[in-house]
Write a protein that binds this ligand. Sequence first.
Ligand code: SAM
Length: 385
Amino acid sequence: MRNSRVCIAAIMKSVSFAPNLIRDKTKRMAQRTCPSAGERELPVKLVKYISNPASAGKDTAGIIGNAKNALQKIFILLRNRTGHDFSVYKKSTVCRRIERRMRINNLNRVTEYLRYLQIHPQEPDLLFRELLIGVTDFFRDPEAFEALLKKGLPLLLENRPRNSVIRAWVIGCSTGEEAYSLAMLLRVFLSKKKSGVHKFRIFATDIDKNSLAAARLGVYPSVISADLSEARLRKYFIIEDDKYRVRRELREMIHFAAQDIITDPPFTGLDVISCRNVLIYLNSEVQKKLFQLFHGALNPSGLLFLGNCESPGSSGSLFKPVDRRHKIFSRREATDSQGEPIGLPPFLPYRVKKENGTDIRAGLSLSYVSGVTEAEIDSQKRASA
Ligand SMILES: C[S@@+](CC[C@H](N)C(=O)[O-])C[C@H]1O[C@@H](n2cnc3c(N)ncnc32)[C@H](O)[C@@H]1O
């Protein structure tokens, strides 16, 4: 019974965000942690019950379809309050999240919810957090990480100068699990190679500052043992008050920073971009622009690692599959119809958020973010103004 409780605690935090994914995860976790069939059934049944829309008591399907005007106003209100533009996110996802907030606040019409947002100062922040969907895990999709280790990373060492540093960017890193997973993988990979490439640096970004604070802390509940082997737990974590804390050596390999992938300047000169389960929430037009941005940010044979349900789609000319099933791609030189390399236009302009005339991107120097000088960024901004 205790195992069932641990299992339930792990899933409760995220069940409302991605029910299908959580149902699968619960099943896996129950199989690993609950010895008896009876115990195994309990968490699975509970998740099914909680995530079933009927259990919410009200059918709100399509509520927003007839209230486009109110929806636009909600986007503007959110943009003014948080600085982030949710009008480019997939409408179906945004509507589901808004409908959930409406149900919680017992509101039936989206116009009522708009009014509610205007008069309750905390609600825009609550909706913002609802929209971010920070569900994540260590080694989420373990086979994909295995494929990255075996098929993807070795490509990075081909024709590589000795003692160079591998640079990776984890986009939409949430509470850090993906970035730490990649760090563990790179540690193992580089320690086995005698190629002279010994170092790596990971930049991990998100728009959710609360998640980033948790990521920097690197403290996780004991249920992470369902996703990590004993050996990894021993090697990379220390136990603190019934929790696991990522060891300092690993934490120091990662820089966590606030960055909006849609509007802020990217990192450049990268060997790996891991952008998993973020694009899936964005509309196809923005996805296309982001593939262009990733292409520009990667080194010539850099790797792109996507989530299970994501792929470059119509941007296939920019990336070739290394392992299509596990969503690992490598950068392709962009060519014209004659096969000649072409230079893509830079993905500009980047919006610089200003508050009282000051750049409010917390703790970030622009040159640190993009690897180019402040003067270059200023001139880019002037050109795009
Ligand atoms: C479902 S989680 C994915 C976490 C992790 N990448 C994984 O696959 O386990 C999506 C993350 O993307 C972040 N996100 C959403 N919009 C973003 C944006 N415009 N720029 C950067 N991060 C964003 C959210 O805050 C959330 O942490």
